[in-house]
Design a protein around this ligand. Structure first.
Ligand SMILES: [Zn+2]
Length: 292
């Protein structure tokens, strides 16, 4: 080895020993300062129950006429200075009997049970425009609403034209979406694998509605919150679709469920939209399950 080479190698080793760790620590603090991927906490909040829902409408193609009691859930995600809701629940209904609703608590009251102030919710990410997921946005007046561009455009436009699909959509909610947009309080999420906040990305293709989305929350470990793109753990077990926008979307929905598992890194870290088992699998106090 030539002396010059030896000097070079010694310098390299010294640099690695001294500057390397400094570099690493510095890069880490820089990353944190930039707000990159906080270690979020995730809570499932059960704000109501709907009794006697036909199982075959949740797990498409499943045999039998079994009925199930489904959990009505919003998810609270906190970290990096953000208090985020994934979906907002509902509060407009003619009567609790209309949908066999029990144990109802208004979503803004329900988040208080998880220690969050509804007025301090910074962001509401909407999975899809159905009444039981979108209707609560006006209960969180300071929040920025995140919704897929296609979902916003369809349910504030074509859905109300002849031939549009308006089942499960409240006109008041479409108007509130437009109102929030005019106030600068709405962000359109553009398509698949789209960033929302540091460590939180949105995915499409399940087509529960026109352009429904689900999210991956990065962290150690990561989780996928599916909302109604996967109603129940049973969809994952049986590889059967949730209800889809068109029957021809079923195969795509099943493919997206497989993708959810790979994005989460494990099937048990895919969190379905209406499964009461969430409040058994994860440590639960009252209405709150601590997913992470
Ligand atoms: Zn739902």
């Amino acid at each position: 080895m030539k002396p010059a080479t030896r000097v070079c190698l010694i310098s390299l080793v010294l640099y690695s020993c001294l500057a390397g760790p400094w570099h690493f620590a510095h890069a880490n603090s820089r990353r944190q300062a930039a707000g990159a991927e906080p270690e979020y906490t995730i809570r499932a909040i059960r704000y109501a129950t709907i009794h006697d829902f036909p199982f075959s409408e949740l797990v498409i193609g499943a045999a039998g006429d079994k009925k199930v009691d489904i959990a009505m859930i919003i998810w609270l995600i906190q970290g990096g200075g953000h208090t985020i809701l994934f979906d907002s629940g509902f509060h407009r209904f003619k009567s609790l009997d209309e949908y066999h609703i029990a144990d109802y608590l208004s979503p803004d009251e329900a988040v208080k049970l998880a220690g969050a102030d509804p007025a301090a919710v910074t962001d509401v990410i909407i999975s899809h425009a159905h009444w039981d997921h979108l209707d609560g946005i006006d209960l969180f007046p300071k929040a920025v609403i995140w919704i897929q561009k296609g979902e916003f455009e369809y349910y504030t436009g074509a859905t109300w034209q002849v031939g549009g699909q308006s089942d499960g959509i409240y006109p008041e909610d479409a108007i509130e979406l437009v109102r929030r947009n005019t106030l600068g309080q709405l962000r359109l999420v553009n398509g698949d694998d789209a960033p929302i906040l540091p460590g939180i990305r949105a995915y499409v293709g399940s087509r529960h509605t026109y352009a429904s989305q689900y999210i991956r929350v990065a962290g150690n470990p990561p989780f996928v919150l599916a909302s109604d793109n996967c109603y129940l753990y049973e969809n994952l077990r049986q590889h059967r679709a949730s209800a889809t926008f068109e029957p021809s979307d079923e195969a795509g929905n099943i493919a997206q469920q497989a993708r959810m598992i790979s994005l989460a890194g494990a099937v048990e870290r895919v969190v379905p939209g209406h499964d009461p088992e969430e409040f058994v699998r994860f440590p639960t106090t009252g209405r709150i399950a601590r997913i992470k």
